[in-house]
Design a protein around this ligand. Sequence first.
Ligand code: ZN
Length: 379
Amino acid sequence: MTAQFSFQRLANCSQTKARVGIFSTPHGIVETPRFMPVGTLANVKTITPSQLEETGAQMVLCNTYHLHLQPGEAIVAGGGGLHKFMGWKGPILTDSGGFQVFSLSEMRKISEEGVTFRSPHDGQIINLTPERSIEIQNTLGADVIMAFDECPPYPATRQEVEAATQRTYRWLKRCISAHQRQDQALFGIVQGGVYLDLRSQAALALAELDLPGYAIGGVSVGEPPELISHVVKATAPLLPPEKPRYLMGVGTYREIAIAIASGVDLFDCVIPTRWARHGTAMVQGERWNLKNAKFREDFTPIDNTCPCYACRNFSRAYISHLVRAQEILAYTLLSIHNITELIRFTQKIREAILNDTFAIDFASWLEQGAEDLGLENGD
Ligand SMILES: [Zn+2]
């Protein structure tokens, strides 16, 4: 790890593999475990950076694929780099674009060199290679950047997943060679689909490269939640304990709790903001549809234990009214609440690990349940 990054472990759970740490970056610290809100296009939808800061967010994720297409990394760099351009002073992570290229783009062609696809904006042919992804991320200027990987879909044959996993490793080596900035930490990504032996081979191979951090990718791509847990439980402990571990694109309360118990430190997911835009509040593990008639004359806060701006100042009835009227403020208030709620969930777990009561206090979250599917809005 370069001098500008460090990961300090403060406590380990005696019953699970959960740990508490501090990840230091050039733009500040991240107290782990912690949820990271997603700001796809250099903004967390409907909320301002100061509102975001008040949710307890420390590190924010932005998407390389989307920013490359719009407005383009040159404009972000012209605006002083990602932090200055979007007005966020804290740590930022950019993904490599791999996941979006493989899941969103049409007419893609994969070769050993990289991926060619058509821009959904203007139909232009775009070539994304490991070198190009790193160059774009070096230009955007986030604190943590991700290796360009091949993310196979679910389901995929073992042969397909094995080929993608091996290619991801070769691409990682090219990413390491291409990476130019000491003030950015390049994380490697473990692929391997739902094949645990491929996951473990990939994790051990990556660990030897002594990277500043490691991610588990290619989960939450359509597989059932119990498979996500299997993969995370088997993979996370194989990654170097002295480095931060990031589970990409996960998830719900239960998935996060299980991943923390497996030794994962960082999470990102669009659920809190996406659900907010559907009029849904996340409340202590439940999902509430604010359009429900029972909220129309309910003048209590969404959650009276929640310290967020929405819960301090507004009633369920008011937010229900805004949702019904499709007022943008509804999405702002629900985004503020939902992000605060999920970050608070990871903060409560952090406290419990420090007190060594995590396994007891969160026992109900650590069992794999069928009720927590939570992905029907299509991630
Ligand atoms: Zn709240």
